[in-house]
Design a protein around this ligand. Structure first.
Ligand code: MN
Length: 704
């Protein structure tokens, strides 16, 4: 510590050492060494990271509360609240078992993120702890070795990567490989050692040629070459199905210069000396990674026609590249720095925001895992602001990133000036302009298109709110109907405040909550009636209804939607939103808990997949005339006047257009219409009429 922070008073650290040595006294590690060697080594790794004094004291004490009789209040009294918070955080994190059942793992991972949010130093101590445990893994039984190594590879190495601490990441990966694939590790080690002499000669040759070329241009650059870590060679062999002899670039070269300008100059020198491999140049100086990594990357055809990878950066960038977030720690003083540092880590900030919107731990784990892959794309707003997204992100993700409202009403986008379809996948360097319309609202399909957790959680939240609104309306209908059967009036009860009171008695907060509960099927309307009517009347009511199913349907109310459900009269019927069945079409019914029967088209995928026990026979009532919205898609040439021709073909068939949405591509237009259709035959006729319009390529119904 004194090396990088000479002015610091290390007496508390000495005290921490004495404390930990005393409380761990008599305990041994599996290696046979006294236990205290472990906290000392962990504190050492934290000092390698050049962290501040509380972190290193925290590392020294990190196992005392978990494994000894020492208590948190004791630590707080002796070392102050800051250290106590760190030790407490690490203790809690130590109890997290990432290898338990998947579901629990997700929850635990969330805790890890929350620990980071509180104070990222907790996670840095945990990383140091894991690094030392991995270094001494050979003393553990085989099965435990593999479990810990896998966990390290799944969770800790990606965390180190995301925090930008490169050396810990590589060390953890190599050690994990050693225990997970011992044969691969041994072979790599052997092969790398065998080639050592040639490689060193080659490396030195490249270094001297490159240094000379830089010097000739007056650039003061420090060139180095070092073997890549085993895991990255392994990954390359796996990803590209190569064997060892085919992996040439075992050495990564690095050029360190003083200024950013010199980085680009050095790049010019390298590219004029050796031919660059197309598509391999990356400018992380202009576009830093989320973990703040900056560098120029290129691959060139070096001496002996071997591909060599070169990274060019300044000394400052190098420090960030090696130490990541830790590089912003030790040198600074003051308590508020962790806040600003966390703010600089976009990734962390986003994680924190997402996790507030996600209630399902599974979804959370999934989003984290997805996000731990470093692949990102960078796109611009029309104003030139830069945003980074995970690979595969779409314009929906972009829209939600700009603002929730923009996401909510996103109806399309122009990318680099051209209209693109909804599913367009963002590419590096795109300039994206979102088109919004007030009528546009999110739909379930958007969940398939959206890639980022933020967009997905906002879409879900919106749909949940919609669902609640519908439930309230439905609940009111149901309750009103049931009350009316007994000669009671909803509004009168409402005015008297009776509804509100009843709701509270049934454990919901207010009237709206009660109605929503009834609409969802969580609260039964007869529970409400039971509070209002004499028991005899309720009894009579129940006697009229036989069988559980009928009773349920009876309770959720009665709506004649033109569908007959076999064997049951009084039943709530809904039409499936996935397939929009039309009168005259073959249909199938599915019993939905608390929500009556949902009617699907007989061949609808959802209907086919459902448990047969939930199916019920349904048929259309005679001569139903009940216009319902149907979505159709019309593909046609992108010509003026054509849209008008299509619209009039629709209205001439006696059909109303509820909504229209037009997207144009290079030479064609895809129009989506929502039209009000009375029955299946009418739909067939109108589609035929549209197809007859000149310039129309195809007209069809959209399912789903
Ligand atoms: Mn430990």
């Amino acid at each position: 510590m004194l090396q990088y922070q000479p002015a610091v008073d290390v007496e508390p650290l000495r005290e921490a050492y004495r404390f930990t040595a005393k409380v761990h006294e008599g305990q041994k590690r599996l290696s046979g060494e006294p236990y205290v060697t472990h906290p000392v080594a962990v504190a050492g790794i934290l000092a390698d990271l050049k962290l501040d004094l509380p972190s290193i004291i925290g590392g020294m004490l990190h196992d005392t509360v978990e494994d000894t009789l020492a208590t948190l209040p004791q630590i707080e009294e002796q070392f102050g609240p800051e250290v106590a918070v760190l030790v407490d955080g690490v203790t809690k994190l130590s109890r997290v078992n990432f290898n338990s059942r998947e579901e629990k793992q997700a929850e635990n991972f969330r805790k890890m993120i929350l620990a980071m949010a509180k104070d990222i130093r907790v996670v840095l101590i945990k990383l140091a702890d894991r690094t030392h445990n991995m270094r001494t893994l050979q003393y553990l039984p085989d099965e435990k070795q593999r479990r810990i190594a896998q966990e390290t590879l799944d969770i800790y190495a990606p965390i180190a990567h995301r925090l930008g601490i490169y050396w810990i990441k590589s060390e953890l990966e190599d050690l994990a490989l050693k225990y997970l694939r011992p044969e691969v590790y041994a072979e790599l080690k052997h092969n790398v050692a065998q080639k050592k002499k040639n490689r060193e000669k080659y490396t030195n040759d490249v270094i001297s040629r490159m240094s000379k070329a830089l010097a000739e241009e007056g650039i003061d650059g420090e060139v180095s070459g070092r073997p890549k870590h085993f895991f990255s060679i392994f990954r390359k062999m796996e990803n590209q199905s190569l064997d060892f002899s085919q992996v040439y670039d075992l050495v990564g070269f690095r050029v360190l210069v003083d200024t950013q300008r010199e980085c680009y100059e050095a790049l010019g020198v390298v590219h004029s000396k050796w031919r660059p491999v197309p598509g391999r140049f990356k400018d992380y100086i202009a576009l830093p990674k989320a973990n703040m990594y900056q560098s120029l990357h290129t691959t060139v055809i070096g001496p002996n026609a071997q591909r060599i990878e070169i990274q060019i950066r300044t000394q400052d960038m190098h420090r960030v590249a090696e130490e990541g977030i830790a590089s912003h720690w030790g040198y600074k003083k003051g308590q508020d720095l962790q806040v600003t540092d966390i703010q600089r880590f976009t990734w962390l900030r986003q994680l924190l925001e997402w996790q507030q919107h996600l209630s399902d731990p599974q979804e959370f784990l999934h989003s984290i895992k997805e996000d731990l892959f470093p692949d990102e794309v960078y796109v611009f707003t029309p104003g030139g602001d830069l945003h980074s997204f995970p690979k595969g992100a779409t314009i929906i993700d972009f829209a939600y990133r700009i603002h929730s409202d923009i996401g909510q009403h996103c109806s399309g986008a122009r990318v680099n000036g051209r209209l693109v379809p909804f599913k367009y996948i963002l590419r590096n360097g795109d300039t994206v302009e979102i088109i919004t319309t007030q009528e546009q609202t999110p739909s379930r399909d958007w969940l398939k298109v959206a890639k980022t957790p933020r967009a997905k959680s906002r879409i879900r939240a919106w749909m949940a709110a919609q669902q609640r609104e519908r439930s309230v309306a439905l609940g009111r209908e149901i309750l009103e109907g049931d009350l009316a059967r007994h000669g009671l009036e909803y509004e009168t009860l409402q005015d008297q405040g009776t509804i509100e009171t009843l709701g509270r008695e049934l454990g919901v907060r207010n009237e709206e909550g009660l109605l929503a509960g009834i609409g969802y099927g969580k609260v039964m309307s007869h529970q409400v009636l039971a509070k209002l009517l004499p028991p005899e009347e309720i009894q009579k009511d129940n006697e009229q209804i036989e069988g559980g199913l009928e009773r349920l349907f009876r309770l959720v109310g009665s709506r004649d939607r033109g569908v007959r459900v076999k064997g049951i009269d009084d039943v709530l019927v809904r039409f499936a939103r996935c397939c929009h069945p039309l009168p005259g079409e073959d249909i199938a019914g599915i019993i939905t808990r608390g929500r009556g029967v949902t009617v699907h088209v007989a061949g609808c995928q959802t209907a086919l997949e459902v448990d047969p026990a939930r199916k019920v026979e349904v048929s259309w009532a005679e001569d139903v005339q009940m216009p319902r919205a149907v979505k159709i898609e019309v593909t046609c040439a992108d010509k003026p006047g054509l849209l008008a021709a299509i619209s009039s073909a629709i209205s001439e068939a006696g059909v109303n257009i509820a909504r229209a949405h037009i997207r144009t591509f290079d030479d064609r237009a895809v129009n989506t219409f929502e039209i009000m259709i009375g029955d299946f035959d009418q739909l067939g006729r109108v589609l035929q009429d549209i197809s007859r319009v000149k310039g129309v390529y195809r007209a069809s119904r959209v399912q789903g």
